[in-house]
Structure formats: C-alpha cells, structure tokens
Design a protein around this ligand. Structure first.
Ligand code: GLN
Length: 306
C-alpha cells in the first residue's frame, strides 16, 4: 500500500517533515504541475493546497523563495507526484489527498470514510445559536457526524452543553474522534443508526442536528466525479426521493427531544417544502423555519418540539 493510501485509511498526517527535497527540483515540478492543472481545468490554488499539506508555507509559495533552499517536507517529491496524479487523473478531491479540510475556524482531518465538510454546513452552527439560551446547558446530538464537523462546531459554540455524536460507520468515527482530540474538544461518540445508540437519552435532548444523506439515489451518478466516485455514498444517498433519512429523523426525534427542543437539519435545494410537510404531518413540531444558505438556496429546516 502506498503511503498516501495508508494515510487515507487512517486519516493521519506525518508527525515530522522528514523528506529532503531540493527547492529547485520542487520549483520545476510545480511549473509542470501548474500546466497540468490548467489542462485539467483545475484551479492552480489546489496545487498550492497540496504543497501546503506537504509542508510549504503560503508566503514562500507566493514569493517562490522555496526555490533557493533545501526543504524538509512531509512527502518525497515522488509521493507528491503520486498524489497530484490522483487529483488530475482519478479526480480524487484535494482534501482527501491533503488529509485535511478547513471548516469554520478548524482544520479537520478527513479520509474517504467521511464526507468532506462543506462551507454551507458551517451555517448550521450559526442557526443553532439562535435557539433559546435555556437549551444551551443540555444534551445536544449530531446524527451522522462523519468527520465530526457539526459536533465539534457545537462543542466549541456551547461550552456548557454536553455534545453527543453518532455515526453508523466505525471508520468515520475514528476520523471524528481524531478531530476531537486534535481540537481538544469534548464529544461523546456512538456507533449506530440515528437515535439507536442513544436510548439512555430518551426525552432528554435539548437539540438534534444532522446533515443526513439527502441526494436522491438516481442523482448520485450525475454528481461531479470527485463526489460520485470518491465520497462515501453512505453519507450521500438519501434513497429514492432523497428523503428516507430525513423522514426517520422527523419521526424518531420527538421521543428524544425535551419539550421545546431544537430539530435542525441540512437538505438539498427543492426539498424544504416536502420536509416542512412531513414535519407538519408528524404533528409534534412547532415554529417551523426554512433558512437559506449564502448562495440563496433553501438549505436548512429548523423546528421546535411541542
Ligand atoms: N452537500 C453534499 C453535496 O452537495 C451532500 C451532503 C449530504 O447528502 N448530506 O454533495
């Protein structure tokens, strides 16, 4: 197994930069790679993202001062080339190749076991902050935590709350736990399906958040290859109409939330009216709200348990 594949499966970054690389050789490599980026219609910035993960700093990349010195990098030039070819040829997302992704103020470890956290999902935390302060000291849960992004965002935003995070993938939970350790944030992790591992918290949750799989099954293959071929379908596939998991969250949550507890999810463009209808049919929710993301797309539905 190549080293980048090992790091893939474990979401680890090398501990200390240990590879000597001549700055001049790297400069030449980067010139070639920039041409390949243009040919593949990839932003040049992705190349520098990978180079930063290799250990170069942004300023020396910008000024090209690295050209004059011998460098110590996390990867050899051959390993860097291997990763870059994965980006160009196999369309592996640069976040997986770099081993991390920025999200809110964090840098999160990611591997192909987890969905790459998206910028629009950052807003879930800001929406959670609009909940009444009385909910803040209770138990909060992130269902389908993946990299742990939402749970960690909550742990950071609500110091008095107890944060729980569930995922049905043990491999994803390893990544999430690693992120919690890296950020020194406290989250209780559980392996299982939605509320199943949380039986002891029945009737006690102040809030439930989720970015569940919501892509309609037949749309998956049409997504860009970075998503369709490399991100976990477990985190994307929402069944025939994309709403399978959301329905479960609507129907299961009332049993777990305190009266007045917050129910908040992310969804896809066009799904909000259907989700509002499901919440209304279920009948245990009040104060339904639909919120848009920064692109103006209806992306979040928020409700409170009666
Ligand atoms: N936002 C992701 C995408 O656009 C989908 C995430 C999800 O299904 N929860 O691919």
């Amino acid at each position: 197994m190549a080293r980048w594949q090992q790091e893939f499966s474990q979401a680890i970054m090398p501990s200390a930069p240990s590879h000597h690389v001549s700055g001049h050789d790297l400069w030449h490599w980067r010139q070639q790679a920039q041409i390949q980026a243009a040919q593949a219609a990839l932003p040049k910035a992705e190349l520098d993202w990978l180079l930063q993960a290799a250990g170069l700093d942004r300023l020396s990349l910008r000024l090209e001062t690295f050209k004059q010195v011998d460098l110590r990098l996390n990867w050899s030039l051959a390993e860097l080339e291997q990763r870059w070819q994965q980006r160009i040829q196999a369309r592996v997302p640069v976040q997986y190749l770099a081993g991390e992704a920025p999200w809110r103020q964090f840098s999160l470890a990611v591997s192909p076991a987890v969905l790459i956290p998206r910028p629009e999902t950052e807003l879930l935390i800001d929406l959670a902050k609009t909940a009444p302060v009385t909910l803040r000291s209770g138990h909060w849960v992130d269902l389908g935590t993946g990299s742990g992004a939402i749970a960690l965002g909550l742990a950071d935003a609500f110091a008095e709350a107890t944060i729980h995070a569930v995922d049905s993938s043990a491999a994803a939970l390893q990544v999430a736990e690693r992120n919690a350790q890296r950020l020194q944030l406290s989250v209780e992790f559980y392996c299982g399906s939605w509320f199943a591992p949380l039986a002891q918290l029945r009737g006690q949750l102040s809030a439930m958040l989720s970015n569940p799989p919501y892509i309609p099954h037949d749309m998956l293959a049409q997504l860009q290859p970075e998503v369709a071929e490399h991100e976990p379908h477990l985190a994307l596939d929402g069944g025939l109409d994309g709403l399978d998991c959301i329905r479960q969250l609507v129907w299961q949550a009332p049993e777990f939330l305190v009266p007045g507890g917050l129910w908040l999810i992310e969804l896809m463009t066009g799904q909000a009216p259907a989700v509002v209808q499901i919440l209304e049919q279920q009948g245990d929710y009040r104060d339904l709200q639909v919120h848009r993301d920064l692109a103006g797309i209806e992306r979040f539905v928020l409700a409170y348990r009666r």
